[in-house]
Design a protein around this ligand. Structure first.
Ligand code: GLN
Length: 506
């Protein structure tokens, strides 16, 4: 029998539908893989002790002839920012250690309704603040390509779980790149949908005007299949769009069948500095563009002069919103409480927040509170919002000329654990290419474009499209993926040295 953990979700779903394998077998194979490798990778904060029961139930329903969705019986890893009734939800923070939610996030309830089998909750930077998963209160996740390196962040756990074949599918959240940058450094696929395209109900808020939930997978088609399950209007989320979305899986299939590149206008940003980008990242990016050009795509230089100010604006807007969102962790309503005998309510609150929040969270709360304070509001928060508007205008002008914009998904390949943890600014600069999409609300995808020559580590190419045009990203992403996988002679994860042919990670 083929190793069930090596199959794409689409291929596994086909075998399940044909009753060649049961969901119990598929789930057990992934639990075995987690048991074998997760002590090294540490992608999971919690493994679902009920996963096999859920799988058995799906198998029973299939045997009874129930009408099951296309992904029924396929295991799913869930980023710990998404609340679940049957597993703790910590958002990577000590302040929520052991917290049990009374309700499921909409993306979780939709996944359950579609018959997906929740495998567990994945590790992340605390409250999704970070680009390396080193800010998790529960210890870092390691990159399956090289265990001394970061898996990206904040959703390093979801990306590593998928890259290490511990799960075929995962859910992530992307506020400034937390789906796309981990995809870039782990050789996986990640999509940040159009703002409002996927419900944020039950996603523990970081910055409400930027947060989006999306799929983390090994193929573009798998991402489309999962997006079809989780997306669409949700009355529980007031920012959820009432839009008639097409099938993203269908768009991916169209792209893979050779439609999608001919006549496509691909914008490349003139102002994006070459400096700061690792040579192998730029080379892989240019090679991917050349491959698209050879298939009839047209590469067009566009101007997006405010793109590079995104990081500065984001690191004012995000802390401002985060400081307000995190005020609810007050020692009374959720999670941790540190008692102060004889102390006031303020003493208890202060001690609890001091003990429960890590350094990066405290740094951003202080920054956000400062940026929002009277006297500084216009100078900082107000200016950042103006930059946000200018970036939105850049996008509008660019998309009048091109169908998609392409950039490298991040400036470097996976850096070493510990390399940037003491230098927040260097960590923040890693987000230069992913942040503008969140500021403008447009969708973005990262797919593997190859390996950097100097270190043999994965590189991602990012495509951005106008709001509502997520399907275009699936079409283009799947078309390029088909070309590249063909030229590599197989999926890029087959070339990860640390993944080991014998099932180990080393
Ligand atoms: N790295 C970015 C940050 O630290 C992105 C976080 C995210 O998308 N959740 O804010």
């Amino acid at each position: 029998m083929t190793d069930l953990t090596k199959l794409s979700a689409a291929a596994l779903a086909d075998k399940l539908a044909a009753r060649e394998v049961s969901s119990v077998e598929a789930t057990q194979a992934h639990l075995d893989r987690i048991a074998a490798v997760d002590a090294d990778v540490h992608a999971f904060l919690h493994v679902n002790e009920h996963a096999l029961d859920v799988a058995a139930d799906i198998d029973r329903r299939r045997a009874a002839g129930d009408d099951l969705g296309p992904l029924a019986g396929v295991p799913l890893a869930i980023k710990d920012v998404l609340v679940t009734t049957d597993m703790p939800s910590t958002s990577g923070s000590k302040i929520l250690e052991g917290y049990m939610s009374p309700y499921d996030a909409t993306v979780v309830s939709r996944s359950r309704a579609a018959g997906l089998v929740p495998l567990g909750k994945t590790n992340m930077d605390e409250f999704a603040m970070g680009s390396s998963t080193e800010h998790s209160a529960y210890g870092p996740t390691r990159n399956p390509w090289d265990l001394t390196r970061i898996p990206g962040g904040s959703g390093g756990g979801s990306a590593a779980a998928v890259a290490a074949f511990e799960a075929p599918l995962a859910l992530g959240s992307d506020t400034g790149g937390s789906i796309r940058q981990p995809a870039h450094v782990t050789g996986t696929v990640g999509i940040k949908p159009t703002y409002g395209g996927v419900s944020r109900y039950g996603a523990i808020a970081l910055a409400s005007s930027l947060d989006q939930v999306g799929p983390v997978t090994r193929t573009v088609l798998d991402a489309g299949l999962l997006h079809d399950v989780i997306g669409g209007h949700d009355p529980h989320d007031s920012t959820s769009l009432a839009h008639d979305w097409p099938s993203f899986a269908a768009a991916a299939r169209e792209g893979a069948s050779g439609q999608g590149l001919k006549g496509l206008k691909v914008g490349v940003i003139r102002e994006l500095p070459d400096s700061g980008f690792q040579a192998g990242v730029s080379e892989s990016f240019r090679a991917a563009l050349a491959a698209m050009e050879a298939q009839g795509a047209e590469i067009v230089e566009i101007s997006a002069p405010h793109f590079e100010y995104g990081v500065a604006a984001y690191y004012l807007i995000l802390p401002a919103e985060a400081s307000s969102n995190l005020a609810k962790f007050d020692s009374v309503r959720f999670g941790l409480r540190v008692d102060v005998p004889g102390g006031t309510v303020e003493d208890v609150m202060a001690k609890t927040r001091d003990a429960g929040f890590g350094d990066e969270v405290k740094r951003r709360i202080i920054l956000g509170t400062y940026a929002l304070s009277a006297g500084y509001y216009d100078a900082y928060y107000g200016s950042a919002q103006k930059v946000r508007t200018l970036i939105q205008r850049d996008f509008a002008e660019a998309f009048a000329q091109v169908d998609v914009i392409a950039t490298p998904s991040a400036p470097t390949t996976a850096f070493r654990l510990g390399e940037k943890i003491d230098d927040p600014l260097q960590m923040y600069l890693n987000d230069v290419t992913t942040i503008p999409a969140n500021l403008a609300g447009v969708p973005g995808i990262s797919i593997p474009s190859g390996l950097a020559a100097e270190d043999g580590l994965p590189v991602g190419i990012q495509f951005l499209a106008p709001a509502h045009e997520d399907a275009r990203l699936y079409r283009v992403g799947a078309a390029l993926e088909a070309l590249l996988v063909d030229s590599w002679g197989g999926p890029i994860l087959d070339r990860a040295p640390a993944l080991g042919a014998n099932g180990g990670v080393r």
